[in-house]
Design a protein around this ligand. Structure first.
Ligand code: 3HC
Length: 306
């Protein structure tokens, strides 16, 4: 192994950051671009499910909160595309790969948002799962990625809290509102568990990502952490999590829970989810609508540079 790679391995072993100008194995660069790009795509596509409720929010307060949250997601996407660019990726190329289906985004955003309770449940469960997954990523070995996570995690905490507060309000409302919340929990619980990826035994990337300290915990470890965090929150909220196998295991010191439908995850990842086509069609349209802005900005930059 060359000296260059010895430096890389030594930096990782000493729990230090790999920075953009540091020497790194091509495979490290590739997997970092893969994960960061898909994370960025997820943030941008993730604006759609809740964005559809901005015009239908029940009060001005809820509309303002939702506007702020969706705007945050756009910002998360931009930080992450910028982090990918420090590895030599091109943001336009990454967007083309997303639109052409050559790069992924999180399966969770391929489910429909049927009522306003979905906005609360997405905040509570989806952003809650994001926090479980992203807090360890603040210590990811790639510097720009870990640093982007610090601000993103602060904003995710607001997202999770506003969703939970929305649900608490609805649960103190009418029977119909309580039924809306339970229905949303029933539809979003299992897809939220799938956000953490396939089981460790079926994960082609986890072992290497753990060795390179990109990931600090495995998919199953973080999924378990999310379940253990969510159960007491569900009890306080007064909702039932739709898993008959869910129970506290004193011996393990964790909750036992049922097995997500991994075939469903494979289908949704492969593009066969309820909303995949709609999400990509919307993303393609937005990219086309923005072409004139990109052209104008590029012309302005050229004029300034001349
Ligand atoms: N949806 C779509 N694709 C998924 C997936 C999911 N829920 N879970 C796994 N995959 C893909 C992986 O990308 C990988 O495919 P690839 O090799 O072509 O990239 C394949 O399935 C096998 O999965 P692995 O576990 O081997 O892949 P990873 O080691 O990359 O782990 C991950 C998957 C846990 C999602 C990891 O990539 C990760 O932590 N990414 C950063 C966080 C992220 O992207 N979260 C997505 C949601 S963003 C969000 O929550 C925004 C918030 O505001 C709501």
């Amino acid at each position: 192994m060359g000296d260059v790679m010895l430096d890389f391995e030594d930096t990782i072993a000493r729990d230090q950051r790999i920075e953009p100008r540091d020497p790194m194995p091509e495979a490290y660069r590739k997997t970092m671009i893969r994960q960061i790009a898909q994370h960025a795509h997820s943030e941008i596509i993730g604006m759609q499910p809740e964005g559809e409720w901005i015009t239908r929010a029940p009060t001005l307060r809820r509309k303002a909160i939702l506007l702020a949250k969706v705007q945050d997601e756009a910002g998360h996407g931009l930080y992450l595309y910028s982090a990918a660019e420090t590895l030599g990726a091109d943001r336009g190329d990454l967007t083309t790969r997303l639109i052409e289906g050559r790069q992924k985004y999180s399966s969770i955003f391929n489910y429909p948002t049927l009522t306003f309770a979905d906005v609360g449940v997405i905040g509570w469960l989806v952003d809650g799962a994001a926090i479980c997954n992203q807090v360890p990523l603040c210590r990811s070995s790639y510097g720009p990625y870990g640093r982007a996570m610090i601000r993103i995690c602060k904003e995710e905490s607001f997202h999770q809290r506003q969703g939970y507060e929305l649900l608490m309000t609805m649960m103190r409302g009418t029977d119909v509102q309580r039924e809306m919340v339970q229905d949303a929990v029933n539809r979003w619980w299992w897809p939220s568990l799938m956000m953490f990826g396939p089981p460790d035994g079926d994960s082609p990337n986890t072992a290497q990502s753990m060795a390179w300290k990109i990931k600090r915990h495995t998919n199953d470890e973080l999924r378990q952490r999310f379940v253990d965090m969510s159960v007491p929150q569900a009890v306080s909220l007064g909702v039932t999590l739709p898993d008959p196998a869910l129970r506290w295991n004193e011996e393990r010191g964790h909750h036992d829970f049922g097995t997500p439908d991994w075939d469903e995850l494979k289908r949704v990842i492969s593009g066969d989810g309820p909303m995949n086509a709609a999400r990509i069609t919307r993303r393609r349209q937005a990219h086309e609508d923005g072409a004139w802005v990109r052209a104008a900005a590029a012309a302005h930059a050229r004029k300034k540079a001349s």
